[in-house]
Design a protein around this ligand. Structure first.
Ligand SMILES: [Zn+2]
Length: 76
């Protein structure tokens, strides 16, 4: 069954987040919302989310697996 939320979806803005890795954390930030930040801990799966001012904006992001990181990179 196809469930649609047509009116809401059309009004809802979607932002694609940028991701980066800091140690055990994957950090998603939005180029449009300075205050938005979503962190996911790779070890514990803990999430910390700082919401955008506008709660109706939908944020999504993806992170490339560590195996695709450039070999030889150093933390500092
Ligand atoms: Zn945003």
């Amino acid at each position: 069954m196809d469930i649609q939320f047509s009116n809401q979806d059309e009004e809802r803005e979607m932002h694609v987040c940028e991701s980066r890795r800091e140690g055990e954390w994957i950090i998603f930030t939005c180029p449009h919302c300075e205050e938005y930040e979503n962190r996911i801990n790779l070890q514990t799966k803990e999430r910390k989310c700082r919401k955008a001012k506008d709660p109706f904006i939908f944020h999504r992001g993806s992170f490339l697996p560590p195996s695709l990181e450039i070999e030889g990179s150093t933390p500092n």
